[in-house]
Design a protein around this ligand. Structure first.
Ligand SMILES: [Zn+2]
Length: 453
């Protein structure tokens, strides 16, 4: 039989899908351009905007960092799901605190923190690097539903006695706050010898050693290009020490003082962005993100769909549903069941809500069965199950369009069939069930097919 179907002419179109974000998706969402932009703005290398005015943040010394603090407040306020508090603890001292309440365990608190005050101009490594990382992680995780509470804290007056952190940690202890881990970042952008070494400073206080273990394990889980030095007993020369003082679990993560590979521009106005090792900085930021997302724990809302010939069904049970027309971005009134049977062709998605967490599915292109279906036996798809070749035969006089979908609604193949008999090589597709749809004008033929034996 003549080979009617050339593999080379296969046109495969893959629809974009937005399934519930995984921890890995969120780690990969850490963006070096975004981090670099914040570093440039926060160290005064470029102008930025605060309160609608174009400004340059030249200095963040304790008596001179009002503008820097306002910048941070504005950044946090622009993010969803955060409550932002400024904590003025003395005449010049002001912590900037953003809290994202946990949906499941609001009293279980994880803190990611860095100091934002400085001893000189610029001070990119010490500690715009930590500050930018806290903002970047907040930018990403504030869009997510988390089980536990996350506190994004930026301390003031670290450089003159860890005062901001001391104020917060003392108050937290007095309040009986259930702080389960404090990850402090102070100087994380310098790697002079390029060996990717970094330090975790830890002491055997509360569960600090377990925090260290979790961080070390994440290095291999996600194959970070980093080499760890565990420093125990770790330094008390940064904000985490004030949490140790109050009996909380805490660690410091940053460049390697242990290997004498800290910035040579320490506490000087030569500590500028151009002296940082950005790929190293980026890798550390991703490691820290991996810790925070793991500990905060993503609330699980399955937003995937199953597509059959006449209905779309959310795979999440026991939730609230709202079907959406992707072409207009409008909800479909009264389409609030787990399944939806479109009456017209279009592109549809479902919003799934569990408690106060909502996830939107990907948009699925759907062609209505309409009133015109092909007469039985006009089209044959065989064998079923099929292992390597799928035969498609029809007796119609016009071209047919074949689409193949996985059951979660992903279109994995689209092809115009110009012959009455076609052979489709399907050996490149994973074994499993699929949904084949053949259309001609508004007529549709659909059949579930299984690839495999
Ligand atoms: Zn510092």
């Amino acid at each position: 039989m003549k080979q009617l179907f050339s593999l080379l002419s296969l046109s495969v179109s893959v629809m974009s899908t937005l399934f519930a974000q995984t921890e890995l998706d969120l780690i990969n969402a850490v963006n070096l351009d975004s981090l670099s932009q914040t570093l440039q703005e926060f160290t005064g290398e470029v102008a930025t905007s605060v309160g609608g005015n174009s400004v340059t943040i030249l200095n963040r010394g304790q008596a001179n960092n009002e503008l820097a603090g306002d910048y941070l407040v504005e950044k946090f306020n622009a993010m969803d799901n955060l409550s932002v508090n400024t904590q003025a603890f003395n005449t010049n001292g002001r912590n900037i605190i953003a809290t994202q309440l946990g949906k499941t365990n609001p009293n279980d608190i994880y803190i990611i923190c860095a100091h934002y005050d400085t001893v000189a101009d610029y001070c990119a490594d010490d500690n715009a690097s930590g500050t930018a990382t806290v903002l970047e992680i907040a930018r990403i995780l504030s869009t997510q539903c988390m089980d536990n509470t996350l506190v994004y804290a930026l301390w003031d007056e670290e450089e003159i006695g860890l005062r901001g952190a001391n104020f917060y940690a003392t108050q937290a202890n007095n309040n009986g706050d259930n702080i389960l881990g404090v990850l402090n970042i102070d100087m994380m952008g310098y790697d002079g010898d390029g060996d990717d070494d970094f330090d975790i400073d830890v002491r055997p206080i509360a569960n600090s050693l377990a925090m260290k273990d979790d961080l070390v394990n994440l290095l291999s889980t996600y194959n970070f290009n980093l080499n760890v030095n565990v420093v125990n007993p770790g330094t008390t020369a940064s904000d985490h020490a004030r949490f140790w003082d109050q009996g909380f679990s805490a660690v410091l993560v940053g460049e390697s003082w242990e290997n004498s590979d800290q910035t040579p521009y320490y506490h000087s106005s030569a500590d500028r962005l151009s002296t940082l090792d950005l790929p190293y900085f980026y890798e550390l930021a991703k490691l820290i993100m991996s810790y925070m997302v793991t500990k905060a724990s993503l609330v699980s809302v399955d937003n995937s769909l199953t597509v059959s010939s006449s209905t779309l069904t959310s795979n999440m049970n026991n939730a609230s549903y709202q079907w959406v027309d992707c072409n207009t971005n409008l909800p479909l009134i009264s389409e609030v069941s787990q399944s939806f049977s479109p009456t017209a062709s279009g592109s549809y998605a479902v919003e799934v809500t569990v408690g106060s967490c909502t996830e939107l599915s990907s948009c699925v292109d759907y062609t209505s069965l309409g009133s015109d279906t092909f007469k039985l036996n006009t089209i044959k798809i065989y064998p079923n199950p099929a292992s390597s070749t799928l035969n498609i035969e029809h007796s119609l006089n016009e071209d047919l369009t074949l689409e193949l979908f996985s059951l979660d609604g992903k279109k994995i193949l689209q092809k115009v069939l110009t012959e009455k008999r076609s052979k489709l090589n399907i050996s490149q597709f994973a074994q499993g069930a699929y949904f084949a749809r053949l259309t001609q004008n508004k007529k549709v033929f659909s059949q579930k097919i299984v690839i495999g034996n």
